[in-house]
Design a protein around this ligand. Sequence first.
Ligand SMILES: Cc1cc2nc3c(=O)[nH]c(=O)nc-3n(C[C@H](O)[C@H](O)[C@H](O)COP(=O)(O)OP(=O)(O)OC[C@H]3O[C@@H](n4cnc5c(N)ncnc54)[C@H](O)[C@@H]3O)c2cc1C
Length: 435
Amino acid sequence: MKVTVVGAGLAGCEAALQLAVLGIEVDLYEMRPAKMTPAHTTGLPAELVCSNSLRSDLPHNAPGLLKEELRRCGSFLMKAADNCRVPAGGALAVDRDKFSRAVQEKLNNQRLITMKEEEVTEIPQGKVIIAAGPLASGSLADSISELTGSGSLYFYDAIAPVVDFESINMDRAFFQNRYETDGDADYLNCPFTEEEYYNFVRELKLGNRVSTRDFEKEIHFQGCMPVEAIADSGDMSLAFGPMKPVGLIDPRTGIRSFAVVQLRMENKAGTAWNLVGFQTKLTYPEQKRIFRMIPGLEKAEFIRLGSMHRNTFINSPALLDCRMRLRTDERIMFAGQITGVEGYIESIASGFLAGLLMAGLQVLPPADTALGAILRYPTETVTDDYQPSNINYGLFPPPAKKTRGGRRARREAQAERALNSLGNWLAGLSGFSFQ
Ligand SMILES: Cc1cc2nc3c(=O)[nH]c(=O)nc-3n(C[C@H](O)[C@H](O)[C@H](O)COP(=O)(O)OP(=O)(O)OC[C@H]3O[C@@H](n4cnc5c(N)ncnc54)[C@H](O)[C@@H]3O)c2cc1C
């Protein structure tokens, strides 16, 4: 068997290396340096386009757990990252140039991998892994769109923050659907007094924002505005927009509030809730400060913070099967950020899974592992508004039993469960030689 991998980024390099070590020939296509993306600056493989941090390395944080799982599974890029580590406290940060060169050396040393420096404009014949990333070239994006149908490929993400249900103050927030006072409610509402609303709007307008790159400007069209940009357009814009209170009566006071922030369930377990319409370009510290001004969210623990940026991704839950293959054409697999997993480490994990699945892995990683979450988020999420996600504990099944000792103890128990499950899974696999 021979596999074509499109894109020598984080996912593509990991997938190619896993395939090669399992004895499968790979043609790895990369369009850089002849054709650059708007964010990459070198012709090197696995370039980290922005921060040099792969985030937390502590296992009670989900990104830390994912890294530990990748280490135990023999991920090549994880090993390269560990070898190129620079001091960064509890995070794993790397020397980005050394990291890319270490990956390049691994690729060069693999006789089964042939590097092809050219842009792929059409979906290749035969078995293929498309790992062209969030900045996939235009012609390839057109071919993907043609293959998957209109409306199945998106060009930016608009992510609203997600909070841990247990950190919501239910003395202020209340369950209710708009215009319905009976029955099971799908929404949680955080009601504002007039004074609270104006204070909140003032801080939104003053909050520090991430600057918008030229290639991202197109996403700020009406209908998908960052929440702070809506506040800029007029003090009452939010109260008539995403924070409108109509049809919502606070059961404790019997009155309609001046404004309301609504939260919608993010996962089946109901442990994670997202702030509806709160896509934002505020910096992370500012999001925590300002969104904790929302009545009921004073002590909110953020599972995920909001963002908006250029990001090409497919509607994976509608298009991919449980093995990351196109349902309509099983020879085509997608991997990395183009599937809607967000982040460096998530893309490496997705590439790792794609390599193994393409090589014929039968038993999928268990759902309570971080690798299981990375596989299932794009393939099993039930939603009509699919948006990319980082790894977070909201994507895991909730703990089987209540853990005493608060959030940290709960996360530690989940991490321990994940590593046990991973160990059992690895022990049960045969025919795959993990490094
Ligand atoms: C501007 C920006 C900043 C980001 N910052 C961070 C951050 O700080 N931290 C973080 O965790 N995540 C960040 N991300 C998100 C994400 O983690 C990275 O984009 C990550 O590199 C995605 O990995 P990937 O393998 O899916 O894609 P990439 O690493 O982008 O790899 C895709 C590769 O495919 C190549 N390619 C594209 N089209 C073609 C084609 N037609 N033919 C051949 N080759 C092609 C590209 O040149 C690229 O090398 C950022 C994303 C963007 C866009």
